[in-house]
Design a protein around this ligand. Structure first.
Ligand code: SAT
Ligand code: MN
Length: 589
């Protein structure tokens, strides 16, 4: 393979090898032959299982320890020299203390194992968005997943040899001891250390660790933004394409929204949606004063349960080849996979995510873990947009914030201006999901869906958003949505999925200045008739409930936002003013 001539890289790899003491060092060049040989190693040791190669060519099955099935926010830390630079929403540890503590855990952690060195890029190499990382790991699962989720190959090595800066990422599964699991970020050293986990979000260090936590820190320094956002492209025949970003917490439907299938009624009018990204956006201001976004990833790490040919046919088709399935159920007759609500035929001769025999039709326990995942190449997606592959930024018309809220939050509204939008993002809350360890279904504040992913003090992060707004002459319009509002019988009132396009089209009409809006205490809501619900069986009464701003609910919201804000020593005045304003609007209701 192409040699690394960058001395700084070689010195660092040598140092990490001296610490972790592997029996062999393997540099990953991303070639098919090399990945194939490594895969064969994983099959031989049963670390991974090859699935039915006729039905699921190139697909593998992988299972993590039952204690290691999701991100672990308690064990995720930001190590800045000053505690206040990590802020009140992050776990902070002094960097030297963390290096010492983890250094002991890494000492000899790869003994008798192979160490893989994976040079990778987030973003297309050669574009201004690209950031290089090198992940050192003792896990083949990580190697094969990084080859899907990031760009790995000769051009990355060339960039390193040409002197590109890089994020130093060290991972060892060690013995997957959950008592000694740490995912540590050292933003001031451009370094990430992760040990004792083998779950994607904790170990695919290009993703949340680099592209969001380190990325957000770099973005603040360098004047761009790293956000937990999908990117989708909406086209109408004969018109210019439009691009939308959406920030939603983990497991709240980003992948489904990014790959949505327009209802027939809109297809007939010539609408088409394509996908650019489903999880992470990097955003930079263009010379024309607009905000441009790329998806720095190269694959999708999506939640399996709930994905089916009806809810997201594009995701289903994306996972038919070259995909790694983690912690789903297996169909042993066919050597395929299954998860809850994939179809109506759970296998009778199956194995659940724990590896226990599982008779689907009669089982009382779930076959797949609620946070079971597929890791699939983005290029497989039938509706991947051509802009994905070039890695050039696309101009964003609208930014959508949203959460999973049974109550309070209306279906859709628009912020009055950029700063009001930053307030709405800062104040957003969502019910927790199985994507992170801990209780599910508890409402918590999750600003911009970045609570677990912001690599520095969130007060400064909010200020960065406000500063970015000042630098744009034509910023995106900001909106808030809630697809998950329920009625008095706890039933979802909005159909969701493809029909979410209706709300997006309202937003785009607003961006184009084609329609007006109605002022509400929260912002600007659709005027009656402007949100096209043709063909949906939604009574006037349900429509009203979807948009209702209930005084008691919002008094509680305001209090909750205040409580959240109180965690910070100081917040941008734009935000505290906006909260005071909301409070008086609600009082006047
Ligand atoms: O597990 S990941 O962090 O990669 C996915 C998510 O929770 O958003
Ligand atoms: Mn995510």
């Amino acid at each position: 393979m192409t040699m690394i001539t960058n001395q700084f890289v070689n010195d660092w790899v040598k140092e990490m090898a001296e610490l972790t003491k592997p029996e062999e060092i393997i540099w990953i060049d991303g070639s098919e032959e090399q990945l194939e040989a490594i895969k064969q190693d994983a099959l031989a040791t049963k670390e991974m299982i090859e699935l039915n190669q006729e039905k699921l060519p190139g697909c593998l099955y992988y299972r993590t320890k039952p204690t290691d099935v999701a991100r672990d926010e308690k064990r995720t830390v930001i190590c800045t020299r000053r505690k206040e630079d990590a802020g009140p929403t992050n776990n902070w540890v002094d960097p030297q203390e963390m290096y010492d503590k983890m250094g002991k855990l890494f000492d000899g952690s790869m003994k008798g194992r192979k160490m893989y060195v994976i040079p990778f890029s987030m973003g297309v190499v050669g574009t201004e968005f690209s950031k290089i990382g090198i992940e050192i790991t003792d896990s083949i699962y990580v190697v094969l997943s990084m080859a899907i989720m990031t760009r790995v190959g000769k051009d990355v090595i060339d960039a390193l040899n040409a002197g590109a800066d890089f994020t130093k990422c060290l991972h060892s599964k060690a013995d997957i001891n959950e008592q000694e699991k740490y995912i540590a970020h050292f933003p001031e050293d451009n370094t990430i250390w992760s040990i004792n986990s083998a779950y994607g979000g904790n170990v695919l260090l290009g993703k949340k660790c680099l592209a969001l936590r380190i990325g957000s820190y770099l973005g603040k320094q360098e004047g761009w933004m790293a956000e937990h956002m999908l990117i989708l492209k909406v086209e109408k025949e004969g018109e210019e394409p439009k691009y939308v970003c959406g920030a939603f917490p983990s497991a709240c439907g980003k992948t489904n929204l990014a790959m949505l299938t327009p209802p027939d009624y809109f297809k007939e009018q010539g609408y088409k949606v394509s996908t650019i990204g489903d999880d992470i956006s990097w955003l930079r201001i263009g010379e024309d004063g607009r905000l441009y976004a790329v998806n720095p990833e190269n694959g999708f790490f999506g939640v399996a349960p709930g994905t089916n040919m009806k809810s997201n046919p594009n995701a289903m088709l994306t996972t038919m080849k070259g995909t790694i399935f983690t912690n789903v159920a297996r169909n042993l007759d066919e050597n395929t996979v299954w998860w809850e609500s994939m179809d109506k035929n759970p296998p009778a001769n199956g194995e659940d995510w724990l590896g226990n025999p599982w008779n689907g039709p009669e089982a009382e326990v779930k076959g797949a873990h609620p946070n079971s995942r597929f890791t699939a190449p983005a290029a497989n997606c039938p509706i991947i947009a051509n802009e994905f592959a070039t890695g050039e930024g696309v101009p964003i018309s609208a930014i959508i914030f949203g959460g999973r809220r049974a109550k309070a939050e209306p279906l859709v509204y628009q912020a009055k201006d950029w700063n009001h939008g930053v307030f709405i993002g800062s104040a957003m809350a969502s019910e927790t999901t199985a994507a992170a360890n801990g209780q599910v279904g508890v409402v918590r504040h999750d600003p911009m869906a970045m609570l677990p992913f912001c690599g520095y003090n969130m007060a400064e992060y909010f200020q960065h958003w406000i500063d970015m707004g000042k630098r744009m002459t034509n910023p995106p319009k900001i909106f808030h949505v809630n697809w998950f509002r329920t009625d008095e019988n706890d039933k979802f009132m909005w159909p969701g999925f493809g029909d979410n396009l209706r709300a997006i089209l309202w937003m785009l009409d607003r961006c184009d200045g084609k329609i007006g809006a109605e002022s509400t205490p929260l912002g600007l809501a659709p005027k009656k008739g402007d949100l096209d619900v043709t063909g949906l069986d939604l009574s006037d009464e349900v429509m009203e409930k979807l948009f209702a701003v209930n005084k008691a609910d919002w008094e509680a919201e305001v209090e909750g936002i205040q409580e959240f804000y109180d965690k910070f020593d100081s917040l941008p005045v734009e935000l505290t003013d906006a909260l005071a304003n909301l409070k008086s609007e609600i009082e006047a209701l």
